[in-house]
Design a protein around this ligand. Sequence first.
Ligand code: ADP
Ligand code: MG
Ligand code: MG
Length: 933
Amino acid sequence: MNKKYVYAFSEGDGKNKQLLGGKGANLCEMTQIGLNVPAGFVISTEACLTYLADEQHRLPEGLIEEVHQQIATVEKNSGKGFGNADKPLLVSVRSGSAMSMPGMMDTILNLGLNNNTLPALIAETGNERFGYDAYRRFIQLFGKVALGVPDEKFDVHFEAVKKRSGVKADVGLTASDLKEISGLFLDVVKEHTGRPFPMDVYEQLEISIKAVFNSWMGKRAIDYRREFKITPDMANGTAVNIVEMVFGNMGDDCATGVGFTRNPGTGENLMFGEYLVNAQGEDVVAGIRTPKPVHHMGEEMPEMHSQLETLRSKLEAHYLEIQDFEYTIEKGILYCLQTRNGKMNAAAMVRTSVEMVKEGLINKEQALLRVDPELLEQLLHPRLMQNIKVQPLAQGLPASPGAASGHCVFDADRAEILGRSGEKVILVREETKPEDIHGFFASEGILTSRGGKTSHAAVVARGMGKPCVAGAEGISVDTQQRIAVVGEVTLKEGDFITIDGGTGDVYLGELPTEEPEFSDELKILLSWADDIAELKVMANADTPDAAQKAVEYGAMGIGLCRTERMFNATDRLPFMVNMILADTTEEREEALAKLRAMQRQDFKSLFKTMAPNPVTIRLLDPPIHEFLPTEKELEDDIDNLEQVRKDINGVAVLLSSLRLLRPEVKSNPENTVLPFNEEGKTLVDEAIAMKRHMLSKVRELFEVNPMLGHRGVRLSVTYPEIYEMQLQAVMEAEAECIKEGVSVHVEIMVPQVCTLQELKHVKRYVSATKERIEARNNLTLNFKFGTMIEVVRACMRAGHLAEEAEFFSFGTNDLTQATFSFSREDAENKFLPLYTEKNILHSNPFEVLDIKGVGQLMGLSVDWGRQTRPGMKIGICGEQGGHPESIRFCHHIKLNYVSCSAPRVPIARLAAAHAKLTESGYVVTERVQEVSS
Ligand code: ADP
Ligand code: MG
Ligand code: MG
């Protein structure tokens, strides 16, 4: 027996899109739930693959027989005959694969018309115009789709007749116009193919089926699949749907239209769509006539409108998703020709999901699972107004989402000055450094010409929720001259630019943006997510402002406060620099005391903002030379200052000569210009001395590989007073909060730990400080003491570290770096893009957690840690903590929390719920299995 290739709409499995294609499966499903679908059948994708695999491209054995049988059934039920000159049956031939691939393949309508059936159709309908209209459409579509005749060959004739008859729209053409056109079209086909137009209806059908199959391997389809990364496991081959024709073009009681069951732009529960009276399907999409909005139908064809409303509720009640559907009305009867899940923007997706729960259509779990967490990104940042068509000036990496416009400025100080005065500015730099931080605060967005998605600019911008385009290499920034050059264009300070951190585009001028909407529905949806999720979602936040934002986004605490960020503010940096430059312990302690007072204030307001949720304070992490200028900058400064000193000497010589020449000058103090007097000279000397001192410090602190160098807990061994200062500030802040009755949960975290001895070393300072502050305040502090797990040795020794550490936090940025031995910046700028392009790695491990390597280390650490300390609290605070796929893994290895930048918090909350809801089926995804094993 032959394999079964053909399924009637009444028998096909509506769930099997791989076999029947999306369109075919849904036509079966709709037929079986009793919706009014024209009769028809589906030829499976298996038939397509078998056909394509055959070198001679023969239709699979038995297929034609099956098709004949199916046609016979349709004939029987409709009382019409295929190729019959009495009551002709016409069909459409429509492609459709498991994934929607719009425009891949055109549909052939009115197949079955020929010299015999046409007169029958005209006689039957008594409508000659309709008959010839159907015929000319068929000849053109068949000619184009099945025989490869270019559209233009038909169009010239069509336009010529229209022009001659003086009509604008094709509805104006008369029956005899259309008859003439049909004749001309038949000639076009003959001329182009060298054969007469096939009049045998089964031949027409067979040629069409083959044409649809062939289209699967056509250039258009292949390009489309490559572009949208459609792999064979998503869609393999196309099905062919043969559907009895119904006619929307038989008169004014006929129409054709497309619709959404709800508004896909806003989510509002109102049917949305357009229709055309007296037209055939493709006219709506082709834009030949302007369709009317569907609510007009309520007045024009009220009876049809209410049928359409019934169809809409039936579709939703069955599919439980917003449907995007196509229909035709033939003489007052409504037929549904297609349905699929509607594509919506994020706002509509959220709104409809929540409302469908309230309407009792779906439950909360279904609502949550419908919304892709990454989709929320759209809702959380300002974005460029849709449908703007402006050419970008330059392109960089989409480093932190959102759109912003402002005047460009080329250094952080100018940004601060202009920003303070109320101007909107975009900070444009070659790359940014920690000392630019005040410029970030003052700017709407950041644009750099160097660096990757984890460059300083990108990480800081994401943390602040500000848009950032990084590594826009087409731009060359000249800070000295305060310009940036992009090809022909020169941007001067103050020129307006717009950046889109979601796409990486940079535009000249101010483009309109839309504000984000944290709607009530989104709040509801996320509260359901929190109820279900087991992972808590914390934020990485360093300032009280950022903490406030994190609270608004629903963060359940701060999982990482990087204390070094506090030192970079303009009012603190000088003390930090003094501390580093100090030659004596006293000098150092004096600077530290000032910093301590500032940090205590910062911590206190963080604790208050987050109360009663936990705040995790990480002790100083980066190498301290990051707080100093670079060697090159200092050398330049010293050169310049020396020039100034020479100038002063020159002026002094000039002044003394003047005194001899013109004694009165001496007696007039106004002639001595301030910077050139003696005091100025000593100031310059002092400045030079200070810069030289800094330079020698910078040289002393120089490290070949600072990322692996003198940083983190290692600093506590060389400069114990820094950690002591920070510990004291944290504990004093806690003590003050306790006294004020604020409920605080402080966690102190040590970075870069490799050994238990390091932790013990810090712990000694912790205990001593604690005792002191408790005694002084007469209260009990109850912070937790824990460690980052971000070096490989810490993973391997996790069981031992847990003896001292009360919690672990995986620093997966450093851990990824250490696991791969990839220096992050170099990797992202040089070779990682190629790794992913060539499928050597399935994604950038700094963005998506590398489950197989880094994840494996994490899993081991969790097990060993909890063996020593059962129930130990463990989380992740690397950037990957905001990525849904990584979050699934964190749930899987039973972490307690993920911590990510504030704007990612809503995404992470939803992803944490998804992780719980889909945990039973959790396997490391196939793609991950395949690649990077
Ligand atoms: P696409 O995949 O591009 O949407 P379709 O196969 O859905 O193409 O066909 C496009 C349009 O052609 C449909 O929306 C419908 O209006 C019209 N059409 C297709 N089949 C029929 C049919 N059997 N009767 C009436 N119109 C049809
Ligand atoms: Mg369609
Ligand atoms: Mg780290």
